[in-house]
Design a protein around this ligand. Structure first.
Ligand code: FAD
Length: 439
């Protein structure tokens, strides 16, 4: 597992390199019993507890100065249930391993995000999502969940069993307990045809509603300082399988999307004035292409350029206005933004603190390459997103607090009441949770 957590000098560091923590001690439990014992021991010692995944969150949501619980020995498939079309996995299983195991069984998740390095529990806990017209986040595909709570007991939940826990714990922010197993809905593996196509920014915005309505999964990247975007439409297909050609795969994905992009980022970081020119060249370097493959090979790809990211969900009907404001802000500012802005969608879901809870949503994500100053850009973008009642991704940079979040999440108090019940002494507390949920 590509855990970014560094063991050096007792520090833990996230993937983006913008969060560092110094836990009092680390444990790597190999069973639910060992995990429960570690939770009780931490409470006896007066230490907080935090389970981490692979550290792919850009916020300090996984940081702790108490006991850090590592996921490496809580991995693997517990059961595949073909009658109910579900798979139950240990919480520390990387998404990559889940996807590959499912494919071997002729099964697949319905939707996923851009990468598959994260653990299933880490990805679910922060509301990790891809893009979809009907299909939603990783957490929304969960059918049942098992967690160890602050008193060391094991609690299971589903729509029928402890439904009030199930409603919240699928995106639990690590605040309700330590997840030990997740049961996902699966379906027979299918093929997706991806169509990637450059398109002018104004046209994407003008046609956004049709592009969304006509495709199962629509997303696009806008290149700041340009009027160019690259669109991606993924739709189910009868086949045949036509993977990205070996050369095209290398050229487009490794050279253009990662290698050349990385070089462009280095030049832009060294000489910011060149960023708009580089953006124009990069956006033109992409060409239209189609390919057909199994879902995880179409949804996900490696990300070799390290970056820092902020992402907000706004009501879907506000997406074009929000993007116009973002573009106007970049154009009139002296900012030099070398990283594309990603735009995705999700249907409303029923999870208490899901960014799409009860509301059809569009996601707008801004990025800056690791090592470049990002605060001025993110602050200006955040002002625009919050003016549209935006909900920040729990795992991506934002400055919102409990007071703001209570205003944009109608079920906020339902979550905090459950937290009061399951973790009255705040064993799973950290600075981030204190800020976003209150003390
Ligand atoms: C390159 C890159 C690409 C990304 N792409 C996307 C994307 O396409 N869509 C998207 O929505 N997000 C995306 N993200 C964000 C990422 O999916 C989330 O931040 C996710 O939470 C990271 O999972 P992780 O396993 O690294 O968890 P961590 O970041 O280590 O932890 C996240 C949270 O999960 C909690 N947690 C972990 N394990 C447990 C457990 N067993 N029990 C209880 N709580 C637990 C932690 O305490 C913490 O609160 C991306 C991030 C990166 C760096």
């Amino acid at each position: 597992m590509s855990s970014t957590a560094s063991g050096k000098n007792g520090t833990w560091r996230n993937w983006g390199g913008n969060v560092v923590a110094r836990p009092a001690r680390e444990v790597t439990p190999a069973s639910v019993d060992e995990l429960a014992a570690a939770v009780l021991r931490a409470a006896e010692d007066g230490l907080k507890v935090k389970a981490v995944g692979t550290g792919h969150s850009f916020t300090s949501i996984a940081a702790t100065d108490g006991v850090l619980v590592r996921p490496q020995l809580l991995t693997g498939i517990r059961a595949v249930d073909r009658d109910n079309m579900t798979v139950t996995v240990e919480a520390g299983t990387p998404l990559k391993r889940l996807n590959m195991a499912l494919a071997r069984e002729g099964l697949s998740l319905t939707n996923m995000g851009d990468i598959m390095e994260q653990t299933v529990s880490g990805a679910a806990s922060t509301g990790t999502h891809g893009t979809g017209r009907e299909s939603s986040s990783i957490a929304a595909q969960i059918k049942a969940l098992e967690l160890v709570t602050a008193d060391g007991s094991v609690l299971t939940c589903s729509e029928k069993e402890n439904p009030e826990v199930f409603a919240a714990a699928r995106i639990g922010l690590g605040a309700l307990g330590i997840v030990t197993a997740l049961t996902f809905a699966v379906e027979p593996i299918f093929l997706l045809t991806a169509r990637e196509e450059p398109m002018p920014f104004d046209k994407v915005l003008a046609d956004f509603d049709e592009l969304w309505a006509e495709n199962e999964h629509f997303e696009f990247y806008w290149f700041p300082h340009t009027g160019s975007t690259n669109t991606k439409r993924n739709n189910r297909s009868a086949g045949p399988r036509k993977p990205v050609g070996q050369f095209a795969g290398w050229f487009e994905d490794e050279f253009l999307s990662n290698g050349v992009f990385q070089a462009a980022q280095w030049v832009g970081r060294a000489v910011p004035a060149t960023v708009p020119t580089i953006a124009r060249i990069s956006s033109k370097a992409l060409s239209a292409r189609s390919y057909t493959d199994i879902p995880y090979k179409v949804f996900t790809s490696p990300r070799r350029v390290r970056f820092v990211e902020m992402e907000y969900a706004v009501p879907r009907e506000a997406v074009t206005e929000t993007l116009c404001e973002l573009k106007a802000m970049v154009d009139r500012s002296g900012l030099r933004v070398s990283f594309p802005v990603e735009v995705r969608t999700a249907p409303a879901d029923d999870i208490t603190l899901s960014t799409a809870s009860g509301r059809d949503s569009a996601y707008i994500a801004v990025h800056m390459v690791k090592g470049t100053p990002y605060r001025a850009y993110f602050t200006a973008a955040e002002r625009i997103f919050t003016a549209h009642e935006g909900r920040p991704h729990w795992g991506k940079v934002h400055t919102r607090d409990a007071e703001y979040l209570a205003g944009v999440y109608p079920r906020f108090e339902e979550f905090t009441a459950l937290r009061d019940r399951l973790d009255p002494d705040r064993l799973f507390q950290n600075d981030y949770l204190r800020r976003v949920l209150g003390a």
